[in-house]
Design a protein around this ligand. Structure first.
Ligand SMILES: Nc1ncnc2c1ncn2[C@@H]1O[C@H](COP(=O)(O)OP(=O)(O)OP(=O)(O)O)[C@@H](O)[C@H]1O
Ligand SMILES: [Mg+2]
Length: 151
């Protein structure tokens, strides 16, 4: 599972193209406003199968992209605004990823979770509430941060 980068986020489009070129299955999230959660869909051809949402983030078209189940996720590339050395993550303020991680934890094994970030996004300490779930692996242009983070 990856995310479609937008704005000045670390660009995920090469990763997405390479993932598909290697024959791996790719899941992208879609914001489900009824459930206020991320819906997961398989994407084979991003040029044809994505549509920009209200914020301009490209999302899978649920009419043509098959749904994915939680158990099908084994590797998640996580977006975020800021991270810290302990794997703390500040997202975009809806707890979508925290809730996804809690659902995954309740469902069994937690998939590998990694975030790509610019080094300027690494701060001393991200405020973490009880519901916040850390990201165990963070990669920047300058370093790799591995923490013992888990749910
Ligand atoms: N299961 C939940 N149901 C409803 N609200 C929740 C749930 N978990 C957390 N929240 C609330 O959602 C709000 C936003 O959470 P938080 O600040 O952690 O978002 P975030 O991690 O930055 O966002 P995202 O994961 O979407 O990028 C908080 O006020 C939090 O209390
Ligand atoms: Mg959070």
């Amino acid at each position: 599972m990856a995310y479609a980068s937008f704005g000045n986020e670390v660009d995920t489009w090469t990763l997405i193209a390479e993932t598909l070129a290697r024959g791996k299955r790719l899941v992208l999230p879609l914001i489900d406003r009824h459930r206020d959660a991320l819906a997961l869909h398989f994407v084979c051809d991003p040029d044809r199968e994505l549509m920009a949402n209200a914020w301009g983030i490209r999302e899978p078209r649920p009419d043509i992209c098959p749904p994915a189940m939680l158990a099908e996720l084994d590797f998640i590339v996580v977006p975020g605004l800021a991270f810290d050395q302990r794997g703390g993550r500040l997202g975009y303020g809806k707890a979508y990823y925290d809730r996804l991680f809690h659902s995954l934890a309740g469902d069994g094994a937690m998939p590998f979770r990694i975030a790509g970030a610019f080094d300027l996004q690494i701060v001393d300490r991200v405020p973490m509430d009880a519901h916040d779930v850390a990201v165990p692996h963070i990669v920047t242009e300058a370093r790799v941060i591995e923490s013992a983070a888990s749910v």
